[in-house]
Design a protein around this ligand. Structure first.
Ligand SMILES: Nc1ncnc2c1ncn2[C@@H]1O[C@H](COP(=O)(O)OP(=O)(O)OP(=O)(O)O)[C@@H](O)[C@H]1O
Ligand SMILES: N[C@@H](CCO)C(=O)O
Length: 317
């Protein structure tokens, strides 16, 4: 269960008072999640999620929390962080940085069809456009510089064929990042981790994106590639599903058509998206951090996805 830090009812009451959110009705630890301590916090004024940040620092958090507020106020359904009397949205609970955000209705759709992929595509494009006038800047902290730092750390743990693929792909991505087509890609705040478990649905209605704690400024195309790699594949094999991918791409482009550079680099960014999560999963698997990684994700899944994207490039069509 992802409660690394216990919060007492007394602490929850004091927090609700500071945020002027009414009287405590219930406080329940949330299972699942491997990064932060999460509680459902119910008061007589509504339902909220209390997150205590176990990994992120008070320097990194304002970018994520203000981005969520900016998007929520821009009409994108994301959890809205609640402020105290002086408007601060980053709080401290049990000595940890903490946030209280609105609870989204619905549940994750873990077996999405084309209709769900279309909803994610359309909302992703709306989110990218809504982020254009966000004035804070923080790079994607799991971007190319982090891949370059982390690959040498994981290489000793993997076999020769995996190491060859990892080295070759990293070299390829450094080459892509230096190209003029890459420099022409539109950028802005991106979610960068918008997997099936970070989106809520009520039936076919998308009720929200959440877990913005890997967000950063990066190419919009990378964000779309991360989504295609999770929502539009057959999970057991990693095989690309053309029908779901078509649905996502068409819906995205109905809101914001891809540029020529984006169309050219989609196959490369799909590889980048697979590489990013292969590296992070290898890192989590072989170098687990204390009080975390209750159930590390399987790294070989993204090795499979990457091999698939290299062997059979997927184009925007
Ligand atoms: N704003 C929200 N509204 C409704 N439910 C939420 C909200 N935020 C989190 N949850 C619930 O809490 C669970 C854990 O949250 P989350 O996925 O953010 O965990 P984490 O440990 O921060 O991150 P990770 O996904 O990286 O493990 C989610 O699966 C979801 O069920
Ligand atoms: N979405 C990531 C976990 C971090 O949120 C993964 O599947 O590896």
């Amino acid at each position: 269960m992802a409660v690394f830090t216990e919060v007492s009812n007394e602490e929850a009451r004091a927090l609700l008072r500071r945020l002027n959110l009414g009287e405590l009705v219930a406080l329940r630890g949330i299972e699942g999640g491997i990064e932060n301590t999460n509680y459902f916090l119910t008061s007589d004024q509504g339902e909220f999620v209390l997150t205590l940040f176990e990994r992120l620092t008070a320097e990194q958090l304002p970018f994520y929390l203000h981005l969520m507020k900016h998007l929520a106020h821009g009409g994108v359904p994301v959890p809205d962080p609640r402020g105290d009397k002086s408007g601060d949205i980053l709080h401290k609970v049990c000595g940890k940085p903490a946030a209280v955000v609105s609870k989204l209705r619905g549940k994750s759709q873990l077996a999405p069809g084309p209709v769900h992929c279309a909803a994610v595509g359309a909302m992703l494009a709306r989110m990218h456009l809504a982020g254009r006038n966000y004035d804070r800047h923080q790079p994607n902290l799991r971007g190319l510089p982090w891949w370059n730092e982390t690959v040498p750390v994981v290489l000793p743990h993997i076999d020769a064929s995996q190491a060859a693929l990892l080295r070759a792909e990293l070299a390829y991505q450094n080459h892509v990042a230096a190209s003029s087509a890459y420099a022409a890609l539109p950028t802005g705040p991106v979610h960068a981790d918008l997997f099936r478990d970070n989106v809520m649905f009520d039936g076919e209605e998308l009720t929200g994106f959440f877990d913005f704690y890997f967000a950063g400024v990066d190419t919009w195309l990378f964000d779309l590639a991360v989504c295609l790699n999770d929502w539009c594949i057959d999970l057991p094999t990693g095989a690309h599903d053309p029908e779901r991918a078509r649905a996502m791409l068409d819906a995205y482009q109905a809101v914001r058509p891809l540029t020529a550079a984006e169309r050219e680099l989609l196959p490369a960014m799909l590889r980048a998206g697979a590489l990013r999560f292969w590296i992070s999963r290898l890192w989590d698997f072989y170098l687990p951090r204390e009080a975390s990684m209750l159930k590390p994700h399987d790294p070989t899944h993204f090795e499979r996805v990457l091999r698939g994207r290299v062997a059979q490039p997927v184009h925007a069509g």
